[in-house]
Design a protein around this ligand. Sequence first.
Ligand code: BJW
Ligand code: ZN
Length: 254
Amino acid sequence: MPVPEFSPDLLGRLRAARSIVVFTGAGVSQESGIPTFRDALSGLWTQFDPMVLATPEAFEADPALVWGWYEWRRGLVLRCRPNPAHHAIAQLQHHVPELLVVTQNVDDLHERAGSRDVIHLHGSLHAPRCHHCGAPWPVPETMPEEPQEGRRLDPPACRHCGGPVRPGVVWFGESLPQQAWLLALERAARCDLLFSIGTSSVVQPAAQLPMRARAAGACIVQVNPEPTGLESPHHDLRGPAGTLMPALLDAAWP
Ligand code: BJW
Ligand code: ZN
């Protein structure tokens, strides 16, 4: 990809921003080797039915299918590393007084790249809890053996109540973690600039964040190779985040 040109308006707003929200989705981790959900060929929801894997009813119907699938994905994430987009986002926090990363991703690649303030709207693969009593279940940071796609695995039993342990992610029909969601809304309402990076902007209520920021006067910058559900951002940067984000930082602070 040729070195992109960025508009003077965008560079000026970026340099002047006092508070930034970086809202991210699966596309930011795509260049690390983690599949997105809705990509036409490789997306997880193109190959697997979310109603059979990503609802509380699905877990209750077949815990071993669901737990095995999430352990496969956790193993995949453990083998992947942050890419230049995660690193550029982490660098950005050194150029603005206040920056919050609000991610829909269940991986930990923003944290591993060095981002300090990260909130997870859809939970984490690395924080399972009991499906009955909510007690956290400590997962090892490394996998004893590599889980395989499609392999069933019985979930562990909770040490407190014996209930099945479930992945610590937010499934369809479940509420977002309230504190995280309220903080995201508050920061969106008072930021000067919001990046929406690598998300199709179709999943509610997360997709409302850029609209909240825009209504409060923020500049909205989208980074994505494809069009999304986010209508008319002020700046629409079409391309992979791993190329565009480092180039944008270089252009703003050469
Ligand atoms: C690149 C790139 C590169 C590629 N660089 N970019 C109608 C019917 C039924 C339900 C609903 C309905 N309307 C609304 C709902 C509610 C539902 C919802 O929104 N559904 C819509 C899909 C229709 N929402 C919920 O259920 C939420 N809860 C809720 O609303 O509670 C209230 C309620 C209670 C009771 C009933 C109803 C409501 C919870 C949503 C939870 C979402 N969970 C998931 C799974 C998490 C666990 C897991 O990982 O398995 O979260 S779904 C999945 O989508 C995951 C993601 O976080 C989320 C967003 O996806 P994302 O990140 O945008 O990924 P993609 O794949 O969609 O897009 C990737 C983008 O990257 C693309 O644009 C690419 O172009 C781009 N890209 N390479 C930059 N290199
Ligand atoms: Zn329990």
